[in-house]
Design a protein around this ligand. Structure first.
Ligand code: PMP
Length: 321
């Protein structure tokens, strides 16, 4: 990951240099994680950089804000335009984009009361989160001793800053024990998801994943992969998953904006299938990268070309939300 190449950050409505995009130490969100964010990818295509599923990401940002009672200081169109402006201002062909809205500085009472809501968009080059090698050879994962929090504790389908302490505990424990990633179970002992990914298993040709009844973030990559799998004529089933489903699976993979489509080779020392990425995983992964790179006509609707939406005026004429 490299922040060195970032020149501009979108900060409360303006593009400012990296060194000016700062938060005061008294900001509410710094102390309590009281903010919401998105993780979006922009991909290189023959027609210039294109943001993948921008509409869905901005929609989810607003849904997260609403779940946490955060009044967004900008409209969805403005934030969508800000994503494109930030990519363009930095001259990136491909990057990861992080819009965030959070309570700033006014009080450190738990109730943020008078704290202003600040908004920013950061973009930087970030190759596949689990490593390029993971995309080809798969990741070794472990079932975490940390459980995923349940919907009765805080909204699981929202993407709020503070909730990621749960994921951080899990991923650091996994790394300490020599694994690439953690798999969190839900409060009932069923499978929830990875620290920052949804889980898919393939058994006898059926592609299975769980849903919001199992404390997961409803991933946009998950949705893309389900659509792609159906498009490939594969049966797709949504139901609770158990650790046993994973251990007996022919294939398994993680999905996420940062992780993309990452095959799972091993769970706690047990190989999945023959320990190599399976054929169905490969086909889905290939179709996913065809979609993100603009090679697929079928999924062109998922691409939002940066050059077409750089300026707010031009952008707002595009029916977007
Ligand atoms: N679960 C969690 C906890 C995540 O943080 C992410 C990444 N946003 C995902 C799943 C995958 O979601 P998406 O495909 O929308 O990136």
């Amino acid at each position: 990951m490299s922040f060195d190449e970032v020149r501009s950050v979108w900060w409360n409505g303006d593009l400012v240099p990296w060194t000016k995009a700062n938060v005061h130490v008294s900001a509410h969100a710094l102390h309590y994680g009281s903010g919401v964010f998105e993780g979006i990818r922009c991909y290189e295509t023959p027609e210039g950089p294109a943001v993948f599923r921008l509409t869905e990401h901005i929609d989810r940002l607003f849904a997260s804000a609403s779940a946490h009672g955060i009044d967004m200081p900008f409209t969805a169109s403005e934030l969508g335009a800000a994503v494109c402006q930030t990519v363009a201002a930095n001259g990136f062909q491909r990057c990861y984009v992080r819009p965030i809205a959070f309570f700033g500085s006014s009080t450190l009472a738990l109730n943020p009361g008078t704290c202003p809501v600040e908004a920013a968009v950061l973009a930087w080059p970030w190759p596949a989160m689990l490593g390029e090698r993971a995309l080809d050879y798969g990741v070794r994962i472990t079932v975490s001793p940390w459980r995923k929090f349940g919907a009765e504790m805080m909204p699981t389908t929202a993407k709020a800053c503070g909730q990621y302490i749960n994921s951080i505990l899990a991923v650091r424990d996994a790394a300490r024990r020599g694994y690439d990633e953690a798999l969190l179970l839900d409060a009932g002992g069923g499978v929830a998801e990875g620290s920052g990914e949804n889980l898919f298993v393939v058994h006898d040709g059926v592609v299975r994943t769980n849903d919001d009844r199992h404390s997961i973030l409803m991933g946009i990559t998950r949705d893309s992969v389900m659509t792609i799998a159906r498009g490939l004529g594969l049966p797709v089933e949504t139901r609770a998953l158990t650790v046993e489903d994973l251990l007996i699976a022919d294939e398994a993979f993680f999905t996420g904006t940062a992780a993309e489509v990452a095959p799972i080779s091993e769970v706690d020392g047990v190989e999945i299938g023959n320990g190599r990425p399976g054929e169905i995983t490969r086909r889905i992964q290939q179709a996913f990268f065809d979609a993100t790179s603009g090679r697929s006509k079928q999924y062109r609707r998922w691409l939002h070309f940066v050059d077409a939406c750089t300026f707010a005026g031009a952008y707002s004429s595009v029916p977007f939300i």
